[in-house]
Design a protein around this ligand. Structure first.
Ligand SMILES: [Zn+2]
Length: 360
């Protein structure tokens, strides 16, 4: 059995200079395809479930499904992570169901659509980190509001995302504030805002530094060299998938995602977890459309789901190879939660803060 915490996995990734894609799941087919891809290239995995996924599949179903995947692939370290927890209870119940890591997104209020004050973000994230660390689980926090630097708005996905528009300042994580935040909350990983957003419609053109602020990643990494950074909304929305989706009757307006080479650049500057959901959805939905268009008499769901799983497996494998995750599963000796809890209590896992450029 190889249920790993996010902290241990990202510590390994930092030591060896690779990144780990975090794929969202809602159902068995996605779980199988991700694990098949991981096993094929010896990659450790992060499977994450949002509040939307938990209500779609039910906590019990999700938990048993992950147990099954773990049993089928004991050689693959598997981190089960809560995506965008909105309050303490969401995080606590996730841990109860076997999640080894939770995101407490205190950048938004509990309604998941209003930007929160900095102090409130610190307070709630600190409380969740204390609670999670008691049992050895990891915590990801978020500083800055995810949204487009082109129009100042966030994209609602699974009922999560800022509503209306927010200021340019809020859309870019402040590096000095990031140092203060990590010191105050003791998070294991930090999600930052730098122009990425959820959903398929991230950019209206191929992104440059104006709308995808990779310099923010570099500045934060320079001040927090030992903190694992997380890029949200980092699907690449590959053109071939958009074309296939539209070729078989879809109507997706032309859009641009985060180019893989920009993510690879981020991985060189402290990005260790890369959230990918849209690409997985698009890969499967394009495959559904192709079957529906080409085989109009087909009514066996498996005939739709199998090619969709093939497409997802291929996408996941590409990302494992591109981010350098491949080849690392066998090198990790998984540390169980009680031992992680002991290390937190001993202060061995406190974030090591680099120097701030300005006086605190
Ligand atoms: Zn996100």
């Amino acid at each position: 059995m190889a249920r790993i915490t996010l902290r241990q996995l990202l510590d390994h990734a930092a030591e060896r200079g690779y990144g780990v894609p975090a794929f969202n799941i809602n159902n068995m087919e996605q779980g199988l395809a991700i694990m098949e891809a991981a096993a094929a290239c010896d990659a450790p995995v992060i499977i994450q479930a949002s509040r939307g996924a938990r209500s779609y599949a039910n906590d019990i179903m999700l938990a048993k499904m992950i147990d099954a995947l773990e049993e089928m692939y004991p050689q693959i370290p598997l981190c089960l992570h809560l995506d965008h927890g909105n309050e303490e209870a969401t995080c606590a119940t996730a841990i109860r169901y076997g999640f080894t890591s939770v995101m407490m997104d205190g950048s938004l209020k509990a309604d998941a659509k209003t930007a929160a004050d900095y102090d409130d973000n610190v307070d709630i994230t600190r409380r969740v980190a204390d609670m999670a660390h008691w049992v050895g689980a990891s915590v990801e926090g978020e500083l800055g509001v995810l949204g487009s630097l082109e129009h100042g708005g966030g994209e609602q996905e699974d009922g999560h995302g800022v509503e209306g528009t927010v200021s340019h300042d809020q859309l870019l994580t402040d590096p000095d504030q990031a140092v203060d935040f990590v010191r105050a909350t003791k998070v294991d990983a930090l999600a930052i805002a730098m122009g990425t957003s959820h959903g398929a419609y991230k950019f209206t053109r191929k992104p440059d530094g104006e709308i995808l602020a990779m310099r923010v990643v570099e500045e934060i990494h320079a001040r927090l060299p030992n903190t694992h950074l997380v890029m949200h909304g980092s699907s690449s929305v590959p053109q071939p998938l958009q074309d296939m989706f539209n070729q078989y009757g879809g109507e997706m307006p032309q859009t641009w995602g985060v180019p893989v080479e920009e993510i690879v650049r981020g991985i060189k500057h402290g990005v260790r977890k890369v959230n990918i959901d849209t690409d997985c959805r698009l890969a499967m939905a394009a495959a559904f459309r192709k079957v529906a268009t080409q085989s109009k008499s087909e009514f066996d769901p498996r005939k739709f789901l199998k090619p969709a799983m093939d497409a997802l497996r291929e996408l996941c494998r590409d990302r494992f190879e591109q981010f350098g995750t491949a080849g690392n599963a066998a090198k990790i000796k998984v540390v169980a939660l009680p031992e992680m809890a002991r290390r937190y209590r001993a202060g061995a896992l406190d974030p090591q803060i680099g120097k701030m450029t300005q006086a605190a």
